[in-house]
Design a protein around this ligand. Structure first.
Ligand code: 5GP
Length: 214
């Protein structure tokens, strides 16, 4: 505690809420890790992206994405409502600035699951974001995982592998890199990492009020 009992910052990363940004190539276990983080920290907000693409079978409005119209999305671009947005394969995707700002102001931690381009845009606007890249132990291991999942045809696996190589070349842009060789260990490492930032919050109350000088 500071002598005056005023706010003391032990780490300037999380002055109010923390933004945790997770990126990973497809098949590196990011979704499972995000779910584990949200289970472990029930007060963590998860940033659900907005998109103009139609829902796929099994996807739920507000859980997988906020599905909105193209007109609505463009209107929100014009009124500066996106913290970041991108056009991918003819569809728009974006992260609501209002959602992030309101959460952070209220002191909530927020988890974002976005790609490297989105991460760079968020980092420009929220420079104290904590960025984590999840990487597979090797490209061969990633290929094995993609093949054993059985959900993708060989040509799709090839595209995922090409994208994974590009994404892994960007890992140095992240503050932390976690190798997901063993899912349980990677989950533990990620939770410990997030917890260390949450523990280093500035102290916003004075536990010893009588020691405050007049
Ligand atoms: P899908 O339509 O397969 O769910 O996602 C297609 C692409 O959009 C993926 O590469 C995904 O990373 C990207 N994406 C999803 N949400 C967002 C977002 O909020 N912002 C940006 N920039 N990209 C996103």
């Amino acid at each position: 505690m500071s002598p005056s009992g005023a706010i003391m910052e032990r780490d300037s990363s999380c002055t109010k809420g923390c933004l945790f940004i997770l990126s990973a190539p497809s098949g590196a276990g990011k979704t499972t890790l995000c779910q584990a983080v949200c289970r472990h920290f029930p007060d963590m907000l998860y940033s659900v992206s907005h998109t103009t693409r139609p829902p796929r079978p099994g996807e739920t409005q507000g859980i997988d994405y906020h599905f909105i119209t193209k007109d609505g999305f463009i209107h929100m671009i014009e009124s500066g409502e996106w913290a970041e947005w991108a056009e991918v394969h003819g569809n728009y995707y974006g992260t609501s600035a209002n959602f992030l700002n309101r959460g952070l102001e209220a002191g909530q931690d927020i988890l974002l699951d976005i790609d490297v381009q989105g991460m760079l845009k968020i980092l420009k606007r929220y420079p104290s974001s904590i960025t984590v890249f999840i990487r597979p132990p090797s490209l061969e291991a990633l290929r094995e995982r993609l093949e054993s999942r059985g959900g993708d045809k060989p040509d799709i696996i090839e595209i995922r592998m090409i994208n994974a190589k590009k994404e892994m070349a960007e890992a140095h842009r992240y503050r932390h890199v976690i190798v997901n060789d063993d899912l349980e260990l990677a989950t533990r490492e990620l939770i410990l990492l997030i917890d260390s930032y949450r523990q280093n919050r500035p102290i916003t109350h004075n536990p010893y009020p009588l020691s405050i000088p007049p």
